[in-house]
Ligand binder design. Structure first.
Ligand code: KIV
Length: 277
């Protein structure tokens, strides 16, 4: 099957077909997500928190993102791979933004990029789209600027900020983005933005009315224990299972139970008999 394209993602909204997106940071996970039929794989800068152990997404660099995006691209055959532009790779000026966006496509094999921000990023989105690079926008709770927003909190809680979110969504769509992530807003606001833009909205904590959904894979699998936002559904709880496997490994190596015959190559005892060590 051929790889999904941005126009096909847009067509899904027109046909009322829900869109799926998950994050991945390495080859093996990308391959499994791809095989499960997920439409888009986001190499999110959540990499910083769930894989690299940073306190936030702010320290993540272009080089770190590209390194992981390359691995994801090698694992994904059908899903559209979106590279997440890290903090300060697009905020300084549109020229730098276009160059850095281009690196995700040329060096890492992604098919699109994502960046955070609304009206204030419209010009940058336009420049990247003009360079021929498909863009996914991201509004609502934007983790790179969470400090300025007062922390990892529900956004668009009053009429003024709800109107601003609507304006941001329209600006991103008019600037040429082909999809829009909306993070951590009340369901009614997710619905209003989805109805007011022609491009698909991909919600994360933005309710059931968005055109698609995205989750951080490590959250969905129950593999990130530091905190779990309210909008995360754990489709599996792997942390205890993984820790149990590690403990049993330690016990079996210590007791000599592993490796047993089944996991060893028999023979070899006589090969060095005449060799005088
Ligand atoms: O970095 C990321 O994983 C994201 C998702 C939360 C949408 O931006």
């Amino acid at each position: 099957m051929a790889r999904i394209t941005p126009p096909e993602i847009v067509a899904k909204k027109q046909n009322g077909e829900k869109i799926t997106m998950l994050t991945a940071y390495d080859y093996s996970m990308a391959a499994m997500i791809d095989q499960a039929g997920v439409d888009m794989i986001l190499v999110g800068d959540s990499l910083g928190m769930v894989v690299l152990g940073y306190e936030s997404t702010v320290p993540v660099t272009m080089e770190e993102m590209l390194h992981h995006a390359k691995a994801v691209s090698r694992g994904a055959r059908q899903a559209l791979v979106v590279g997440d532009m890290p903090f300060m790779s697009y905020q300084v000026n549109p020229e730098d933004a276009v160059k850095n966006a281009g690196r995700f496509i040329k060096e890492a094999g992604c098919q699109a990029i994502k960046l955070e921000g609304g009206i204030e990023q419209a010009q940058t989105i336009e420049a990247i789209v003009k360079a021929g690079i498909p863009v996914v926008g991201h509004i609502g709770l934007t983790p790179q600027t969470a400090t300025a927003l007062g922390g990892y909190k529900l956004q668009a809680k009053d009429a003024e900020s709800a109107r601003k979110l609507l304006d941001d969504g329209r600006a991103v769509a008019e600037a040429g983005a082909f999809a829009l992530v909306i993070e951590c807003v009340p369901s009614g606001i997710g619905k209003a933005v989805s109805e007011s833009v022609h491009i698909p909205t991909i919600g994360i904590g933005a309710g059931p009315h968005c055109d698609g959904q995205v989750l951080v894979t490590n959250d969905l699998l129950g593999m990130f224990e530091k905190f779990t936002p309210k909008f995360v559904k754990k489709f599996a709880d792997l942390s205890p299972i993984i820790k149990d496997a590690f403990s049993r490994y330690v016990d079996e190596v210590k007791s000599g139970e592993f490796p047993d015959e089944e996991h060893s190559f028999p023979g070899g005892d006589s090969l060095l008999q005449s060799y005088d060590a």
